[in-house]
Structures are given as structure tokens and as C-alpha cells.
Design a protein around this ligand. Structure first.
Ligand SMILES: [Zn+2]
Length: 703
């Protein structure tokens, strides 16, 4: 028993999966629960299946809810979903007898799409989970338990000129071989007939795709699947030993690649015109570097990906850039233009009379020799997954080359899957994206009350957020909380003192490298102090102006070049968190109030200067946001209470509530709402403005 094997793949080569099956855990599970257990164990291992890939099934006894009679029910992973994380409700359940009866409606390959429409009629027990197009592969095979997976080691065989020979060599006829056929009812029929003609075989390789295999029990099926993958991986690793992959190295990896990527990503993102804003994901792991630095990179990349799962995520082929010309703006623009023209030509060559309209023609994967791999997509999770799928494709190419030669999928077949009408219908049913999907925000003072509330607001509307804060510990707490709430993909955190020019530059570089650029800056990091003029030391004066004026200047200056890249895509937004005291005079707070006033005027100057580049700059003026504030935790609270002659506890909050015209508390979430308004398109025609969020304060009325 191996209770906790590693889920990570070796840097280079094929991982050999080991069994995670625990009899003690499996004991007492019902047959559907055993199917789920097997599926989760398969999906938990990256060497067995990548995200969303593969499906499992079991033919189990059930009771017809209408007649009370015993029936056989096919439990099969439903459409969408992921083996590793699925629950019992992720399975479609269908009457096996009705599924078998569907063949009466089948006249040949031209009926594949129509057959999908019959599947819902076979639903057992009103299960709302939609059956996937792979359902016939499972229903037409006469075996109790069936697994279908696409691990790298298997696709490497399935997509190689030497794959069929290697299959015979490894398994000596126990595993069959079916030529490429795209998933659907016809493939199910071909598979069934092949198995009937080859009695005793234990599984079938599906060329250009994956493998399907079976057994009599859930445990046997699981271990059989694992053993086949291990056989393939061991065979490939033997072939790979001692020979340089991809024709050997053409050039070394550049030591400055992280900085190069930080400069390149925003350029490319800005040039990806004609579509929604994109998020980027950059990788320079050893396997990627080995590929992009190799002699064969360009040639193999042009062949395109093989397995349908891969190219649906990565597009048919990546864009490869000349690393010597990354600074040349015209070259980058031409390269993207040429890629889009090539994609349009592919669409024109392959389209049918009823094909859906051409989708976004920009590349998903960009390869840069010496630097690494970049993925672009509408959101960060999709970008990361696309990147990981290309990582799988690289692994497949490595293995397939070692067995003979790598084979891509036929262009027309690829097109027919990419523009499959039923898939288009699914896309059309997707809800519209949240308003800030595709936007990248950097929030300074991100661990504080207003900063964290603002970051949460932006994340909940779909933005990616780089949290910057001077204090590492509270920053980590906020980051960890957000990662649980929003997932790890859309957020990063970096320690940054906004008064340190080098740290500010590093934070914006990290934002560019992690996400691809910048659309929203929320300058929020602040301090507060209170002292009569004659007791205001030069150090106190400078401290206020360092953080509140110079800190805003440094962050805005670092944001401008990144934001200018997005001029053609609807522009960008800077929001300063100001203060009532930036507008209204304050007693015993001249250093603080004058620094806030400087920030207000800085915002107006930047609004003027940034307009031509589509950069909007606005100010939100809070007052007395006490709850959750780290500023109000310290001396400031005691000092303000002292200045008003009240205690620093509940009395202080009541004091501010009563001082407001509306007699209401102002909360961090109220400020976040105003920031959200200025950050996105709701305020696309507002710049140089100020919005007071202070429950009403006549002193702070702008005039
Ligand atoms: Zn498949």
C-alpha cells in the first residue's frame, strides 16, 4: 500500500504511476461509491490524467423508479467535470438497455451528432447530469468496468509513427490498436466490433487520442489502467535514456529570462487586438526550457498538438518568437498579425457551410527560445491549464520522437472538433463573464482594512489581483484567506514598501510576469499621524509625505508604462485612496492632511497627463473608516480620541457616526464599492474626479 505517493511529475521523462488504492478505504463502499473512489484516485495522479481528461464507467444494477423492476444502469462520468475532484453527482446515469437500443437510429458516421441528441432520452432516474459524447465508448463495450484516459505516456505511443509497433512490443497483442477516429457514436461502434473480432484483449489504444481498457471489478480496472500506463512509461523511459531529446540543444536558457518575460508579456497582451483582455501565464520549468531551447522546437511546434484535449486547450499550433527581436515592437505586432492571418486561413480552408463563425484568432501558446512558454486566455485559470496542457504536449512529442516520429492530428479533423456544432451550442449557453474578468489590478496596502476589502471586491468581479503590502505577516494571512475564497490562480502577493523605488519597481515587474500587465492600480498604502504644528518633527512631516505623496507618485509612475500598453483595449484606471482631510482642513494633522492634498492634486495632474493613453485617474475620499483599519489600531486612534476629548473605544466610533450628516458608519466595503466603480467600465468616461465616501461631511464638499 502506498498511501501518499507524490503527485508531481519528474522534471523530464515519464512518471510511472503507483497504486493509491486502499482496501481499508474501499471496504464498505457501495458500487457507485467504488466507481467514484476509483475515478478520484485516477484523477489525483497527474501521470494518469490531466485536468478534465478521461472518463470512467460501471454497469451497475438499479431499480426502475416507475416499475420497481431491476434494470442495468450505466454510471459514466458526465460532460465536463474532472476525475480527480468529481463527486457522485458528476456521473450521468442511463438505462443500459436503452443505450444499446439506440443503434436502431444509427445509419453511419454522418449520424454522430444526431446520436448525441438521443442520449438524454436514456436518462435513468431523472439525473440532470448530461452524458458526454464518450458515453457510447462505454455503453457499447460488454464489460462491467471501463476506464478511458489520456496520459502523456499513452498519447506518446498513440501519436507516434512507431506507436503501433511499440504497442505490440510492449503488450504482445494484449492491447489492440484502432486508427484515429474522433470521439462519438461511430468510434463506439468501431471499438465494439474490434473487441468482438479480437476476443481476449485487455484494452485498445486509440490512435492520436488515448487508451480504453476494462476489468470485472472496480479495483481490477483501476490497477489494470495503472499497469498499462506504467508499461508505456517504462518503455518510453528506456528509449529516452542516453539520447538528447528534440535534436539536442540549439541555445542555452537565458539567465535574465524572468526580467525578459516581465517586459515581453505586457507587450504581447497589448498587441492581442480584436478580443477581450487576456491573462497570461509564464513558465520556464526545465521541461519547457529543454524544448524551447532545442534544435527541433520550431519544426515540432509547427506540427501542432495531437490529442483532442490538448489542442482544444492550446489551439492547433503555438506562435514561436525570435528571441533576438523581442524588443522590436513592429516585429511582435507583425508576428501576431501573421499568426492571426494563418489561423483565418486555416478556418477558411476547413470550414463547412454550417460552421460557427471564426473565434479569436490570437495564439494561446507563445514559445520563446531561451526564455520559456507563455499562455494567454480570457482568465488566469484557463491560461494556466492551457499552459499545462502544452507541457503535456511537449512530453508527448518527446516520447513520440523517441519511438520514431511525432504525428500531429490531421488539420480537418482538428477543425471539426474545434468547431463542432454541439460544442458551439455549449459555448453560447455560457453565462456572460463577470465585469472585471481579464483585468489585472495591483492594490498597495493590500493587507489593511480598505486594501483587503477592495481586493476582495475586485476579485469577486473577476479581476486578478497583486496584493502589495509592507508587512509580510498580515499580507500572508490575507493572501491565504483569499486563496481559499477565490482560488490560487487569480491572486499573488508581494512585500513592497511604497517609499522604496526598487521594491515598487519589483512589485510591478512581478505583476507583469505573473499576470501579463496591469489595468487597475489602487494606491492605498497609507499612514496617519496627529500632532500640533509646533510638535510636528521634520521626521514626522517627511514620513507622511514619503508614504502618502511620494508613495503614490512612485506607484503611479511604475504603472504608467504598463497601462499605456492597454490603450487600444479600452484603457486603464488608477484610483487613489485619498481622505476627507485632503479636502477639508484638519486640526493637529497638518503633515497628514497636506500630504493627502498633495496626492489629490497629483491625481489631477496624472489624469491630464494619462488621458491621451487612455489612463483614467480618480480619487476616493473616505472618512473615519475605523473598522478593520490598521491605521486606526495604533496611536492615531488614541490621538484622535484625545483631540476630541473622548475615549478611544466605542465612544470614538459613535463620535464619528454622529459627526456625519447621514449618521452612519463608513466601512471598508463602502470604500471598496467606490473603488470598483472607478476601476471598471461603469466610470469609463470619468477622470480627474473625486468621490467622497464619508456618510456626508459638509466640510469636504468639493467646490
Ligand atoms: Zn478521450
Amino acid at each position: 500500500m502506498n498511501a501518499n505517493p507524490s503527485t508531481s511529475l519528474p522534471a523530464i521523462g515519464f512518471a510511472v504511476p503507483t497504486s493509491r488504492w486502499e482496501d481499508a478505504v474501499a471496504a464498505g463502499k457501495s458500487p457507485p461509491e467504488l466507481l467514484l473512489y476509483r475515478s478520484n484516485q485516477l484523477g489525483a495522479d497527474l501521470s494518469v490524467t490531466n485536468f478534465g481528461g478521461g472518463n470512467t464507467s460501471a454497469k451497475l444494477p438499479g431499480t426502475d423508479p416507475l416499475t420497481g423492476k431491476p434494470v442495468q444502469v450505466l454510471w459514466v462520468k458526465g460532460s465536463g467535470g474532472d476525475l480527480g475532484s468529481m463527486k457522485l453527482d458528476g456521473f450521468a446515469t442511463l438505462y443500459q438497455e436503452k443505450l444499446i437500443g439506440l443503434e436502431a437510429h444509427y445509419g453511419g458516421p454522418q449520424d454522430d451528432d444526431r446520436m448525441v441528441g438521443y442520449l438524454p432520452h436514456c436518462t435513468f432516474n431523472l439525473n440532470p447530469r448530461a452524458a458526454s459524447i464518450d458515453t457510447p465508448l462505454h455503453s457499447l463495450l460488454p464489460f462491467a468496468h471501463v476506464d478511458h484516459v489520456h496520459p502523456d505516456a499513452i498519447i506518446a505511443l498513440a501519436a507516434s509513427t512507431g506507436g503501433e509497433t511499440a504497442t505490440r512490443e510492449i503488450w504482445g497483442g494484449r492491447i489492440g490498436w484502432l486508427p484515429w477516429k474522433r470521439p462519438g457514436y461511430t468510434l463506439g461502434v468501431q471499438l465494439r466490433d474490434y473487441v468482438a473480432a479480437n476476443p481476449g484483449i485487455e484494452g485498445v489504444m486509440l490512435a492520436g487520442h488515448g487508451i480504453i481498457c476494462w476489468a470485472d471489478t472496480a479495483k481490477d480496472c483501476y490497477e489494470h489502467t495503472l499497469a498499462l500506463i506504467a508499461d508505456a512509461a517504462n518503455h518510453l523511459n528506456r528509449q529516452l535514456t542516453g539520447r538528447p531529446a528534440f535534436g539536442g540543444q540549439r541555445q542555452p536558457a537565458r539567465p535574465d529570462r524572468a526580467a525578459v518575460a516581465a517586459a515581453l508579456l505586457p507587450r504581447l497582451r497589448g498587441l492581442m487586438s480584436g478580443a477581450r483582455r487576456k491573462l497570461a501565464h509564464f513558465t520556464d520549468d526545465p521541461a519547457t526550457l529543454e524544448f524551447v531551447c532545442s534544435a527541433d522546437c520550431q519544426r515540432l511546434a509547427a506540427i501542432g498538438t495531437s490529442c483532442p484535449d490538448h489542442f482544444l486547450r492550446t489551439k492547433i499550433a503555438p506562435l514561436t518568437l525570435d528571441p533576438a527581436r523581442l524588443e522590436d515592437e513592429a516585429y511582435l505586432a507583425q508576428s501576431l498579425q501573421a499568426y492571426r492571418a494563418g489561423y483565418a486561413a486555416y478556418y477558411e480552408r476547413c470550414k463547412h457551410a454550417d460552421s460557427p463563425a471564426m473565434r479569436d484568432a490570437n495564439p494561446v501558446i507563445v514559445l520563446v527560445p531561451g526564455i520559456g512558454r507563455i499562455a494567454f486566455a480570457a482568465d488566469r485559470t484557463t491560461a494556466r491549464l492551457a499552459s499545462e496542457f502544452y507541457g503535456n504536449a511537449i512530453n508527448v512529442m518527446r516520447g513520440a520522437q523517441a519511438l520514431g516520429g511525432y504525428l500531429g492530428l490531421d488539420e480537418q479533423e482538428a477543425f471539426d472538433i474545434e468547431y463542432w456544432l454541439l460544442e458551439e451550442a455549449k459555448l453560447q449557453r455560457m453565462p456572460p463573464p463577470r465585469p472585471l474578468v481579464g483585468r489585472i489590478a495591483l492594490v498597495t496596502g493590500g493587507a489593511g482594512g480598505i486594501g483587503a476589502a477592495t481586493a476582495a471586491r475586485l476579485l469577486s468581479e473577476g479581476a486578478c489581483v497583486m496584493l502589495a503590502d509592507r508587512d509580510g505577516e498580515p499580507l500572508e494571512q490575507v493572501r491565504a484567506g483569499f486563496a481559499r475564497r477565490f482560488g490560487a490562480d487569480p491572486m499573488r502577493a508581494i512585500v513592497c514598501d511604497v517609499t522604496d523605488e526598487v521594491q515598487v519597481q519589483a512589485a510591478f515587474e512581478a505583476c507583469a510576469r505573473e499576470f501579463g500587465g496591469l489595468d487597475i492600480l489602487v494606491a492605498n498604502a497609507g499612514i496617519a499621524s496627529s500632532a500640533p504644528l509646533e510638535e510636528t518633527t521634520l521626521a514626522l512631516w517627511r514620513r507622511n509625505h514619503d508614504v502618502l505623496a511620494e508613495g503614490y507618485f512612485l506607484t503611479a509612475r511604475a504603472a504608467f508604462p504598463l497601462m499605456k500598453r492597454m490603450k487600444e483595449q479600452g484603457g486603464t484606471s488608477i484610483v487613489f485612496i485619498g481622505s476627507k482631510n485632503g479636502v477639508a482642513a484638519a486640526t493637529n494633522a497638518s503633515a497628514y492632511a497636506s500630504a493627502k492634498a498633495a496626492a489629490n492634486h497629483l491625481a489631477r495632474c496624472l489624469a491630464l497627463e494619462g488621458a491621451a493613453a487612455g489612463i483614467r485617474v480618480n480619487v476616493v475620499n473616505p472618512d473615519a473608516v475605523i473598522r478593520g483599519s490598521r491605521i486606526w489600531d495604533g496611536d492615531w486612534r488614541r490621538e484622535r480620541a484625545g483631540a476630541h476629548g473622548i475615549d478611544a473605544g466605542a465612544e470614538l466610533e459613535e463620535h464619528y457616526r454622529q459627526r456625519s450628516m447621514l449618521k452612519r458608519d463608513v466601512l471598508p466595503e463602502d470604500i471598496a464599492e467606490a473603488v470598483y466603480f472607478f476601476a471598471g467600465d461603469l466610470s469609463s468616461k470619468s477622470t480627474g474626479n473625486m468621490l467622497n465616501v464619508d456618510a456626508g461631511n459638509a466640510q469636504a464638499f468639493t467646490r
